[in-house]
Write a protein that binds this ligand. Structure first.
Ligand code: 13P
Length: 251
């Protein structure tokens, strides 16, 4: 069974008080919902405080990044074990901001996916083309490369082992959303690729989220597409009311 998943990527926003308030706002409105699944991905220092508040609710915890090694001299990095020890179930990997600003390569992203995949957490692998790539007609080629490289040697035996987030870079934080048709076209292609890499049955069960300027006003139409199984929400996840509006749209 394919799961609808709405995740809030808070990026580098909130202090501890804002994080608590935002989490409480989400929990009050949707803390008992099982469909769609709801994940909060706050900055690392806020994880334990958010965990305390979501404890006993259906809301789950995710990290915005993770390192590929278990431990060692990697100043500033965080391991899967550390994340698991504070209650994370998911880790976002390969976000376009990590790729563009921090120069993460498909090879490094693949190492992280392999690491998270071998832990108890579930990777949310982000992929998506830039505006230049779309304009040059390279969308499908870019997405195919990111999927194939990101999932190289990654063993997936059920649809619940991994989440894919399609986030066209030109739609992130710009207010420009892909039209439901534009998004659906790429999502269907991603599912086809997943079917070739794994099996069509497994591919049918893998959640493929859309991300890029998702808000309550456009969520229903996006989430109503046959191959769009959730949203990875940036800006609108920083307001409980907006985030919960998107969750309602996915209910
Ligand atoms: P926005 O919703 O702010 O466009 O961000 C999308 C995103 O990058 C989620 O990971």
């Amino acid at each position: 069974m394919r799961r609808m998943i709405i995740a809030g990527n808070w990026k580098m926003h909130t202090d501890i008080e804002e994080a608590r308030k935002l989490t409480l706002g989400v929990v009050e409105k949707v803390g008992g919902k099982t469909e769609p699944a709801v994940i909060l991905c706050p900055p690392y220092p806020m994880l334990p405080a958010v965990k305390d508040i979501i404890e006993g609710t259906t809301v789950q915890l995710g990290a915005q990044n993770v390192h590929s090694e278990d431990k060692g001299a990697f100043t500033g990095e965080i391991s899967t074990d550390m994340l698991q020890s504070v209650g994370c179930n998911f880790a976002i990997i390969g976000h376009s901001e990590r790729r563009a600003i921090f120069k993460e390569t498909d090879e490094f992203i693949n190492k992280k996916v392999l690491k998270v995949n071998s832990s108890l957490m579930i990777p949310i692998l982000c992929i998506g083309e830039t505006l230049g790539e779309r304009e040059e007609g390279l969308t499908f080629q870019r997405v195919e490369q990111q999927i194939k490289d990101g999932l190289n040697e990654v063993v997936v035996t059920t649809g619940n082992d991994i989440v894919i987030a399609y986030e066209p870079v030109w739609a992130i934080g710009t207010g420009k959303t892909a039209t439901p048709e534009q998004a659906e076209e790429v999502h269907a292609y991603i599912r086809e690729l997943l079917g070739e890499i794994y099996t069509p049955e497994i591919a049918q069960d893998i959640t493929i989220q859309y991300g890029g300027s998702v808000k309550p006003s456009n969520a229903s139409e996006l989430l109503g597409q046959p191959n769009i199984d959730g949203a990875l929400v940036g800006g609108a996840s920083l307001k409980a009311e907006d985030f919960c509006g998107i969750i309602e749209a996915g209910s």
